[in-house]
Design a protein around this ligand. Structure first.
Ligand code: AMP
Ligand code: TRP
Length: 329
């Protein structure tokens, strides 16, 4: 059976947290390890440019995300890890898509609407975000995109844009799906981790300041866990403090947790201590791997250079096909 193509990415905008891990990165590693997917994992630095407009910070955050990818177990011997800005086909294709995507259609994007509520002076890059993301995905004939729930609409945009492009520029009267220019990607969102909650019970997010960092030290884990807002445990939840429990179940099976939570009804400190223990045990090996990698920046940069060559070959070939289809080549 031929391998399916998997593509995903994360923006280098700050420290990765356990929401990023369980929502997206873990799926990337698990699927890589099945051997059933040809995986392309991207550092979405041009998307991050909407938020990070400082050269040193951009360099630092990009390097850190590369470290994160490697430390969670993405393996450059098995997959392609690359930086979006290294492949100019992404921005070039985004422009081509811009000419067929309408303004009202982009105005319906959740991310745009949220950003506009905060600041009317929204930049064009934020408005166009889904178009660049569609280019990221469609350039590689991607079959699946593992992401958290908040990215679902972006994958729908990619599908819509693929359909519209195929309709306008694709071969007419095609019977075969394979003859079309762009393949329609599917999101891969695991229900139980689609939205990982933060220490305040809302979605874990860098912008809410409610995260547990993925490579946190024991002290940082303790600080974050102790700040979890403890509800008094409603009878319908079996008296469990749900903000603690919902994070805990990411690290231990609900079967094992039942006993712990039954034995410690009302003892929030004991439950939080147990959670610190479980998170620390889980994070420790990744934290140690990352600490080793940070000493080898050249090795990390080489991985990205190699990734750029591999991804570039695929993307450039697709772009030629697209340019022929629109009549500029
Ligand atoms: P970002 O940090 O926004 O670039 O997100 C990177 C990936 O992590 C995306 O696939 C998001 O959907 C996912 N993600 C971010 N926060 C969460 C969360 N709280 N729960 C589940 N997935 C998340
Ligand atoms: N928008 C994604 C996020 O915020 C990051 C991203 C950019 C991405 N391009 C992508 C994810 C392509 C999947 C596929 O998390």
């Amino acid at each position: 059976m031929s391998q399916k193509i998997l593509l995903s990415g994360v923006k280098p905008t700050g420290s990765a947290h356990i929401g990023n891990y369980f929502g997206a990165m873990k799926q990337m590693v698990d699927l890589q390890n099945t051997g059933n997917y040809s995986c392309l994992i991207m550092i979405a630095d041009y998307h991050a440019l909407n938020f990070i407009q400082n050269k040193d910070e951009m360099k630092k955050l990009t390097f850190e995300l590369a470290l994160d990818y490697l430390a969670v177990g993405l393996d450059p011997k098995k997959i392609v890890i690359f930086k979006q800005s290294d492949i100019s086909a992404h921005t070039e294709l985004a422009w081509i898509f811009d000419t067929i995507v309408t303004v009202p259609y982009l105005e319906r994007a959740h991310a745009f609407k949220d950003a506009e509520v905060k600041d009317k002076e929204i930049n064009v890059g934020t408005f166009n975000y889904p178009v660049l993301m569609a280019a990221d995905i469609l350039l590689y004939n991607t079959d699946v995109v593992p992401v958290g729930q908040d990215q679902k609409q972006h994958i729908e945009y990619a599908r819509d844009i693929a359909l519209k492009f195929n309709h306008i520029f694709g071969p007419k009267n095609v019977a075969e799906y394979e003859d079309l220019i762009f393949k329609l990607p599917e999101p891969l969102i695991l229900e139980n981790v689609a939205v990982v909650p933060g220490v305040d019970g809302r979605k874990m997010s860098k912008s809410y300041g409610n995260t547990i960092p993925l490579f946190a030290t024991r002290e940082e884990i303790t600080k974050a866990v102790m700040s979890i807002v403890t509800d008094s445990g409603k009878p319908e939840d079996g008296g469990k403090p749900m903000n603690v429990y919902n994070i805990h179940k990411l690290f231990k099976s609900e079967e094992k947790l039942r006993e712990l939570y039954d034995m410690n009804k009302g003892k929030y400190k004991a439950l939080k201590d147990a959670l610190v223990e479980d998170i620390d045990a889980f994070i420790k090996p990744m934290r140690e791997r990352r600490a080793e990698l940070v000493k080898k920046p050249k090795k990390v940069m080489k991985i990205l250079e190699k990734g750029a060559k591999q991804a570039g070959k695929i993307a450039d070939k697709k772009l030629v096909e697209v340019k022929q289809a629109i009549g500029v080549l």
